[in-house]
Design a protein around this ligand. Structure first.
Ligand code: ADP
Ligand code: F6P
Length: 477
């Protein structure tokens, strides 16, 4: 049994990023801010006020900063060098795995040097987790950046319960088989006691690969590895529904929504999209559909405006730079061609917003267009539904977002089908209040039952058979 360490935690979350990001202010001071992204949005409200340690990268390079606790959660930062950042985060994680796991909508890039960095950085995260976890504690490893950590951590600390959750899709065998180091990656994940995916299809893909590549006995729920059984399952991640609804109901937020609508020219209808600037989000396809509807006269700038929020992401990865250039050129073209003085066709914003401003945007949107080409879940879709406290608003949702498996009453669309996208967007714009209300009520009821705490409870009760941790999480507000 490992010795008891001072400052050790019974629950350790390991994720590539801490729920903060450093940025340098114009006067040279270092500021901390919450970085846009699904993982932080999901785990931050959950862990708040839970005695836990979060192991992750604080953004930036150089020595690991010492950080204060945030909302009672201890922040344990892991240092990444400029080379780690380039080859692990920008390279293997975001130029190899990210496109491969998202249907290869962009070409995955393979470099041997990136794999070395992936191993090295995963080892560093595993050592950091091993150093802060209490004897017999529970370590919950998150996402595709850290797929080797469960195996590496088990070798260092066999006393721990180890969970792994993948926030992104897990691809079918015909795509995953491209990966030069596929066997090592699968073995790394199998170091966990429980592997969670967003959708049942992902668990099925994983089990098939384990049989095919590692020749292990596997079903979609259980895999035999050495003398252990690794459990596998679908646990669709969610949001703090009640908190977002309360925020959306706040008088300052509703006043802000009215002000936004006025500033947009009091149009009959507002369409909103909120994405990280990512090629998986289908931004270009959506702009094309909107532009064609403007050209055909089905949508008129005077009556309908599109607000596209696209916060830049992974800006040093080439495919992301190319995407941003293309999106900005297209927004410029559409505004030049269809806008009028004081009436742009698209209100394009690249800033990160605080939660209240996002809630006000959700409240102003008559139609929310969430049309990724592939997405593990898409929390923006869930946030929109939670914010529509008066049961108005139409959600246009891609069939290829994990959220579509739950939000079945959305206006579902195949974003690869341009004509279909145009038609469903028009259907959502023209839908009557009864249809919109029925759909929204059903989706809101679903999200109140299946919120972030329900997600954590179902995952952690499967992982932590003593149940003590689940009780503690359930009691935090
Ligand atoms: P992903 O994990 O791929 O980024 P999700 O839709 O699951 O996609 O999660 C995105 C999260 O980032 C949501 O919680 C959303 O509110 C947040 N977000 C997106 N854009 C912004 C923005 N401009 N400012 C602040 N938060 C944002
Ligand atoms: O789930 C997808 C994901 O990689 C999350 O882990 C993260 O919150 C989000 O996308 C944003 O990505 P990044 O950490 O690269 O900014």
């Amino acid at each position: 049994m490992p010795e008891m360490r001072p400052n050790s935690s019974s629950l350790v979350v390991v994720a590539n990023r801490l729920p903060i990001d450093d940025s340098v202010a114009p006067d040279g001071a270092c500021e901390w801010r919450r970085s846009p992204g699904g993982l932080g949005s999901a785990l931050h409200p959950l862990l708040r006020h839970t005695p836990a340690t979060w192991v992750g990268w604080a953004g930036g390079t150089g020595p690991a900063p010492r950080l204060p606790d945030i909302d009672g959660v201890r922040m344990h930062s892991v240092a990444l060098t400029a080379e780690d950042l380039r080859d692990h985060y920008e390279g293997f994680a975001n130029a190899t795995l990210w496109p491969l796991y998202h249907d290869a909508v962009e070409q995955p890039v393979y470099h041997r040097r990136w794999w070395e960095a992936y191993q090295r950085v995963n080892q560093r995260f595993a050592e950091a987790a091993a150093a802060v976890a209490e004897p017999g504690g529970l370590v919950w490893v998150q996402d595709y950046h850290l797929q080797l950590v469960p195996g590496l951590l088990r070798a260092l600390r066999p006393d721990l319960r180890i969970g792994f959750f993948l926030h992104v899709p897990f691809p079918p065998p015909e795509l995953f088989m491209q990966l030069p180091r596929r066997a090592e990656l699968l073995r790394g994940m199998l170091g966990a006691d429980l592997i969670g995916f967003q959708r049942a299809q992902a668990a099925h893909n994983f089990a098939q690969l384990v049989v095919k590549v590692l020749d292990l006995p596997a079903t979609d729920r259980r895999i035999g590895v050495d003398d252990r059984v690794v459990r596998v399952g679908a646990y669709p991640v969610s949001i703090d529904t009640a908190e977002l609804a309360a925020l959306a109901n706040r008088p300052d937020v509703t006043a802000r929504a009215r002000r936004l609508r006025h500033d947009l020219g009091d149009p009959q209808q507002v369409i909103l999209s909120v994405d990280r600037m990512d090629y998986t989000k289908g931004i270009e396809q959506r702009l094309k559909a909107y532009s064609e509807l403007l050209a055909s006269g089905d949508v008129k700038v005077r009556d309908t405006v599109l607000v596209q929020v696209a916060v830049p992401s992974r800006e040093r990865v080439g495919q992301y730079q190319i995407l941003r250039d293309r999106v900005e050129r297209e927004v410029g073209r559409i505004n030049g061609e269809f806008g009028r003085v004081g009436e742009p066709a698209i209100h394009y914003l690249t800033q990160p917003f605080d939660r209240a401003e996002l809630a006000a945007l959700y409240r102003v949107a008559d139609v929310m267009a969430v049309t990724p080409l592939r997405d593990g879940m898409n929390l923006v879709a869930k946030e929109y539904v939670a914010a529509r406290v008066d049961d108005t608003g139409a959600l246009l949702l891609s069939e290829f977002a994990g959220a579509a498996a739950e939000l079945k009453q959305a206006y579902l669309v195949n974003p690869h089908d341009l004509e279909g996208l145009k038609q469903v967007l028009l259907t959502a714009l023209r839908a009557g209040p009864d249809d919109v209300g029925d759909r929204m009520r059903a989706m809101r009821a679903h999200l109140h039952r299946h919120d972030i705490r329900a997600w954590a409870r179902s995952y952690l009760s499967a992982l932590d058979q003593t149940g003590s941790l689940v009780t503690r999480l359930g009691s935090t507000g």
